[in-house]
Design a protein around this ligand. Sequence first.
Ligand code: PDD
Length: 282
Amino acid sequence: MSICYLNGNFVELSKASISPLDRGFLFGDSVYEVLAAYEKNLFRLDDHMERLKKNLQSLSINIALENSEIKSILQKVCEKNSEKNQIIYLQISRGAEAIRNHIPIKETQPTIFICSFELKNVPSEKNDPITAVLNPDIRWKKSSIKSNSLLANVLYKMHANDEGYDELLMSDDGFLTEGAVSNLFCVKEKKIFTPPLESNILPGVTRKVIIEIIKDINLSCEEVKIDEEFLFNSDELWITNTTKGILPVIKVNNKKIGNGAKGEIYRLVMKAFLRKIEDSII
Ligand code: PDD
């Protein structure tokens, strides 16, 4: 049994329902967050809340709940579900209206939905490396918003899966942006590089944590534009996100990255990342 929160009530997930006229369903007019809870401790909750607030503002969606109330609901959903490690999914849409119309009605009440899934692959030094395929970035120019209009990302993941790759990386005009569901880091001669936030990417919470870690362990991290040639000549390539943590990419388009194995900088950063997770558990 899985317990979720929907518009003020905690209910069994299989019994939760919303209107088919919800703008999230009709227009993808909604934002979301994906949080990891390790041993029921929500990892980097404040960072997720800050991003959510910005996203709601950018869509002009006003919710009646305070930040502290959402935090407490997130924690309750986590407590009400039995899995030790969870992925907490939150989605806030502009709400349901009687007639389908692109222009929203001001008084419409947002739909707030929070549920939990088991986090099966907890970050570990034993995590397997992955492979990726590179494609042009065909998304709109506001990919910094964590919106549910995810059609491009869905098609990308289907394509990568069909071709036997784990992730799809995107480049815009020859410069890397991000993965279909992740941010990217390259290592060259012990220096670490990641595309800047200005390159139409999601400001990933894991990306932020990894940049902090790199600085903490006295390595260099530059937020700069990365071209495709640089990518293929990198010693290491990693993807980061909430559900996978940090994973090495050892092959892109069937070309080996570095020596085609987990890199030494990856191992250092991963160790520090696991320590951060440990420290978040109380
Ligand atoms: N996605 N870029 C994109 C396009 C993403 O979809 C994600 C995460 C990230 C990494 O963000 P974060 O570190 O905050 O998880 C970057 C989530 C996991 C998803 O859509 O399921």
